[in-house]
Design a protein around this ligand. Structure first.
Ligand code: TYM
Length: 336
């Protein structure tokens, strides 16, 4: 039996932060040799909210370079840009026509983002999860490694695929493969540095709320120095009454590679004055190799271009085969 297929992606909206890394990319890297992986930069998703055309292409390259810098290995994985493959848009349209609109109106992220935007909500924002379903279903993905916040979109993807198969498959034939979410418990929900009850997010207006993978040591030092804490004596993991304490100790554990018991033993008698420099040092050290690799990749633009060209060719072959299957099932004629 061949390897299972993995697909995942990140939006090129600004820089990647620790949530994106620990909730998603780190898991892609760790599991990659066991799977046949496709990782895309989802630049079509990036325009569902107002965006800056002057930076879209550069941001897309930055994310692709960060995939490589974080350790995505081309021996096991294909890296590509979503908008380079028109099948993503085309399958979205076809799936739109079988997706009940109330399924989309129920999506938590849509509601949250729509509230933030006020009156200018685009149709694209509502339709965003169908585009995400198309991304996944085009590649017959078995597993989709994401953070906790994408769980509902994954469930919707499964529902869309099942509905399509039921409506257009002959004799329960599986035209679209039903994928499984792959969500790790550890790091699946990294919280904001300024409010431990909200997730770390690219769209938070405060830069102090997140640590970006490309933040220089001074920025990391400043953000951790200013991050929200509490005034309870001693530090602990797992107490829901202390969301900031829990988040910061969890970050320390993941970034230092220490277990929960090790972190508890080391930190329980510390105050914030001692813990913050420790977390700062650990974060700077953990990000250093990624930042060095990133610089090396960005210095060789020809290499990155060739990675994305190869990626496009490989991904397009798989995507077009699925699209053809779907169009045949829907009754379209094949052009001569
Ligand atoms: P995006 O770009 O918002 O986030 C990329 C990945 O990072 C995870 N993530 C987090 N994990 C832990 N803690 C956090 N605070 C945190 N913030 C973000 C996300 O769960 C995600 O895995 N819709 C997707 C992109 C997408 C996609 C796809 C993903 C488009 N098509 C197909 C998988 C498969 C998104 O907006 O992710």
């Amino acid at each position: 039996m061949g390897k299972q297929r993995v697909l995942s992606g990140v939006q090129p909206t600004g820089n990647l932060h620790l949530g994106n890394y620990l909730g998603a990319i780190r898991n892609w890297v760790e599991g990659q040799s066991q799977y046949d992986n496709f990782f895309c930069v989802v630049d079509l998703h990036a325009i569902t909210v107002p965006h800056n055309p002057a930076t879209l292409a550069t941001d897309t390259y930055t994310i692709a370079a960060l995939y490589l810098a974080c350790g995505i290995d081309l021996e096991h994985s294909t890296i590509f840009v979503q908008s380079h493959i028109s099948a993503h848009s085309e399958l979205t349209w076809l799936l739109n026509c079988i997706t009940p609109i109330n399924w989309l109106q129920d999506m938590i992220q849509f509601k949250e983002k729509a509230i933030k935007q006020g009156e200018n909500v685009s149709t694209g924002l509502l339709d965003y999860p169908v585009l995400m379903a198309a991304d996944i279903l085009l590649y017959d993905a078995d597993q989709v490694p994401v953070g906790e916040d994408q769980k509902q979109h994954l469930e919707l993807t499964r529902d869309i695929a099942a509905r399509f198969n039921h409506m257009f498959g002959q004799d329960e034939e599986e035209i679209l493969k039903i994928p499984e979410p792959m969500i790790r418990t550890e790091g699946a929900r990294i919280m904001s540095l300024t409010d431990g009850t909200r997730k770390m997010s690219k769209s938070d207006p405060s830069e102090l709320s997140r640590i970006n993978l490309l933040d220089p040591p001074e920025a990391i030092t400043k953000k951790i120095k200013r991050c929200k804490t509490d005034s309870v004596r001693g530090l602990e993991l797992g107490n829901p009454e202390r969301p900031e304490c829990n988040n910061l100790l969890m970050l320390y554990g993941i970034l230092s590679g220490k277990t929960k018991d090790e972190v508890t033993a080391e930190c329980q008698d510390m105050g914030w004055g001692k813990f913050k420099p420790l977390l700062t040092e650990t974060t700077i050290e953990a990000l250093k190799p990624i930042q060095e690799q990133y610089k090396a990749v960005m210095d060789d633009r020809t290499y990155l271009d060739s990675v994305l060209k190869d990626g496009r060719e490989k991904a397009e072959a798989v995507a077009n085969a699925t699209l053809k299957r779907v169009k045949t099932a829907l009754g379209y004629s094949t052009p001569l």
